[in-house]
Design a protein around this ligand. Structure first.
Ligand code: DOR
Ligand code: ZN
Ligand code: ZN
Length: 386
């Protein structure tokens, strides 16, 4: 499994997660390659900071790792060097502010399309609409997050994004699609704009009706049941290309703060597999579709050489699992440093029987059995070279 969307918090906030804890969680749940987002601290905006993160990952990552580079008005020149060298796995663009300072306005977004090269991964929420809604709810101590960051903000941003992708014929991976409104816009440009899409397990499993307060506060927000069901339909109809966990750990203490102070994000890198296995058991997904979403499509879209398939000459990153009865997920099953999950208590499949990274057995039944294995950097550049 390749999870192209994780936030491992290192450098900056290792009390939430670091490369050792995050990748132990990943491999225990069958994820053998992760791509880490740039909203760490300092944000990954320069070659030098990118190299610092690469060193942290090289020393501690139990999985293979790709590293995103963030886009900002002041670093557009630097982006091409990281993309042309084939080192960074993609350019991450925040159209709406979320955790950390990364944000681009529309003029900068246009420049990203005009002046940079390589795959764009985009957090698409319209900042002006977010700001307006935020102001309307400012006096309310505990508003509904899905109203503070409404579906219309995601739809407006996706509309603008696909316009640009179409005009510049530039590959864009739309992160965490969460609403039927976004899906309708994406449907309209199918085949004419080079756009691919990601969905997260939390948007597929949780809704505004499932509660849990700030523990499910994330961006884009958990949506209503109508949107959740539309997302499942899109997954089954091949309108979603990849499943990314958007693993975004924050501590319990932080999540217990009042609504406006609690940070946004949900941990999930180790629960994707158990949840998808449950969906397969319940007849909502096929195993072949799961393999496409979690391995083949990420490898193809990101251009990861020798990954995504089990065949001669490919890297031996794979998992073996045994079909068992579904079990209730328990806190003790979790290896993430924050030690909580909104899926605790959900009926899920068990973690894989065995997980191999580069041919070495690293995890067995959810436990790390070899803590000395280190993954390597995955570079889109390797595919271009072959
Ligand atoms: O909920 C979120 N958490 N959305 C993001 O865009 C960032 C992430 C984080 O890093 O905490
Ligand atoms: Zn995001
Ligand atoms: Zn994210």
């Amino acid at each position: 499994m390749i999870d192209t969307h994780v936030h491992f918090r290192s450098p900056g906030h290792p009390h939430k997660e670091d490369w050792a804890s995050g990748t132990r969680a990943a491999v225990s749940g069958g994820v053998t390659t992760v791509c880490d987002m740039p909203n760490t601290s300092p944000p990954t905006l320069t070659r030098a900071i990118w190299e610092e993160k690469r060193a942290l990952a090289a020393a501690a990552s139990r999985a293979n790792y790709g590293l995103w580079i963030g886009a900002a008005a002041e670093n557009l020149g630097e982006l091409n060097e990281l993309m042309d060298s084939g080192d960074a796995c993609g350019i991450k663009v925040f159209m709406g502010a979320s955790t950390g300072p990364l944000l681009v306005d529309d003029a900068t977004l246009v420049r990203v399309f005009q002046e940079t090269r390589g795959l764009l991964g985009v957090h698409a929420e319209d900042e002006a609409l977010l700001a307006g809604a935020r102001e309307r709810f400012a006096g309310n101590p505990s508003p509904e997050h899905n109203e503070v960051r409404p579906p219309s903000a995601a739809a407006a941003a996706v509309k603008r994004l696909v316009e640009l992708s179409r005009a510049y014929q530039r590959a864009v991976h739309v992160c965490h699609v969460s609403t039927s409104a976004e899906l309708a816009i994406l449907e309209d440009v199918r085949g004419v704009a080079p756009v691919t899409t990601e969905a997260t397990p939390h948007h597929l499993w949780l809704s505004t009706e499932t509660g849990q307060g700030n523990f499910t506060k994330c961006n884009p927000p958990i949506r209503d049941e109508v949107d959740r069901r539309a997302l499942w339909t899109a997954v089954r109809r091949n309108r979603i290309d990849t499943i990314g966990s958007d693993h975004a750990p924050h501590t319990r203490e932080e999540k217990l703060l009042p609504y406006w102070d609690a940070p946004c994000g949900i941990p999930g890198v180790e629960t994707t597999f158990p949840l998808l296995i449950a969906a397969i058991r319940q007849g909502r997904l096929s195993i072949e579709r799961m393999v496409q979403l979690c391995a083949e499509a990420p490898a193809r879209i990101f251009g990861f050489h020798r990954k995504g398939w089990i065949k001669p000459g490919y890297d031996a990153d794979f998992l073996l699992f045994t079909e068992t009865e579904l079990v209730k997920l328990a806190t003790t099953d979790l290896l993430t440093r924050v030690a909580w999950s909104p899926f605790v208590g959900h009926k899920v499949g068990v973690k894989p029987e065995q997980v191999y990274v580069g041919g070495r057995l690293v995890a067995q039944r959810g436990h790390i059995v070899d803590d000395d294995v280190r993954g390597s950097l995955v570079r889109p550049g390797d595919a271009r070279a072959s």
